[in-house]
Ligand binder design. Structure first.
Ligand SMILES: [Zn+2]
Length: 113
C-alpha cells in the first residue's frame, strides 16, 4: 500500500495504515483499511496506534481486517479442511470395511448352511 498519509495521533509521524471512523449515532468506532479520502470523524492511524486503539466508555470498537493475508484461508481453516478430508476418507474406508466384513459374514453364513 503506497501512501504518504501520516498517523493523526500527536507526536506520531509514522505512516498511516488504517482509518478510524467515529460513528457517533451508534457510539461505535470502526477501525478499517485506510480510507481513500478524508471524511469527517475519520482519523488515520499507524500500525501501532491502530493496535492500541480502545473505545471510550460506552462505545464499541469494530475492527475490520486490514491484513491482506486474512483474505486468504487461514492456517486454521486449512487444518480444518485437511481434517475434514481425512475424516471423510476415514469414514468411507470404515464403510468399506463394514461392507467387506458384512459380506464375509454373509459368505460364512452361507458356507455354514
Ligand atoms: Zn501513530
Amino acid at each position: 500500500m503506497s501512501t504518504n498519509r501520516k498517523c493523526s495521533r500527536p507526536l506520531c509521524s509514522k505512516n498511516a495504515v488504517a482509518t478510524l471512523t467515529y460513528v457517533y449515532g451508534e457510539s461505535t468506532m470502526v477501525l478499517g483499511p485506510l480510507a481513500t479520502f478524508n471524511e469527517p470523524h475519520c482519523y488515520d492511524l499507524c500500525d501501532n496506534h491502530s493496535q492500541a486503539t480502545t473505545p471510550p466508555r460506552g462505545w464499541e470498537l469494530v475492527k475490520l481486517e486490514t491484513d491482506p493475508e486474512s483474505l486468504k484461508p487461514s492456517t486454521a481453516d486449512l487444518e480444518l479442511l485437511a481434517q475434514a478430508v481425512r475424516d471423510s476418507a476415514h469414514s468411507s474406508q470404515s464403510v468399506g470395511e463394514l461392507e467387506n466384513s458384512g459380506r464375509r459374514g454373509h459368505l460364512q453364513v452361507v458356507r455354514d448352511l
